[in-house]
Design a protein around this ligand. Sequence first.
Ligand code: DGY
Length: 319
Amino acid sequence: MSRVVVTGRVPDAALEKLRTKHEVDAWAGPESIGREELLRRVAGADAVVSLLTERIDSELLDAAGPQLKVVANVAVGYDNIDVPACTERGIVATNTPGVLTEATADIALGLILSATRRLGEGERLIRSGQDWKWGMFFLLGSSLQGKTLGVVGMGGIGQATARRAKAFGMEIVYQSRREIDPVLADELGARRVELDELLAVSDIVSLHCPYGPATHHLIGAEQLAAMKDTAYLINTARGPIVDEAALASALREGQIAGAGLDVFENEPSVHPGLLELENVVLVPHLGSATVETRTAMAMLAADNALAVLEGERPPAPIG
Ligand code: DGY
């Protein structure tokens, strides 16, 4: 029997699965586990099932000890894990791709609609108790039909977002390291372009690339200036892909029309400049937040950890 440390609350089904074979020490506090407590608990663990709020770095791996075999992240993004540090120590790192694709694409579409149709503004207006009535020019937004969606990072979530946008009558361009499957490209009418062209032609720019040194502030002042002044920026990937201060300034100055953000540069803080603006929709990292999706993520993380503990290849190794 191995010792599995789970760093935060996860659906019971995943804990039960782990408990059938192993001793499980799961943090159950309402708040995130503190760093000191985490370092203390991982000592002697054979597996760590981690949430994206916990930094899995050399310090933590050393605190765990040489018996640690697997770090199973309950997220598709793994910028919280120092993967090279895991590899150096022979520890397998895993993530949860696939199971949150549709839920995250749904949120991207939700943000696109909320930003272009000014749903946040409308909601705030009604709740404020101000007088309002239907008017020909009242809270006019922007239609999606015939407009261009630029997808930055055309992996599973980018593709799922593009499919939805296509159903709304949008044209698709994308920037990605690889061409997508030609059958899908045909079906979507999607054209692969460089980032510069994508920024220049898109009415909505939606970010779906992983975060790392290569994508830190991929969208900054220069890129925002290259977008149409009628365009919207949507981020459901990772906050630091966007320079939030530059975005607040571009939105304030009318350099772009609006934005929809599910993720933030310094979560849970949000740049104060964004909080003052009407033309940005802000939601608190809800991309995968459905009961079904979170359960599937936790179950996949449990399967990953169990496989490694059994000496097998996990379903979703990183890299
Ligand atoms: C992920 O899996 O990376 C998401 O951000 C979690 O919601």
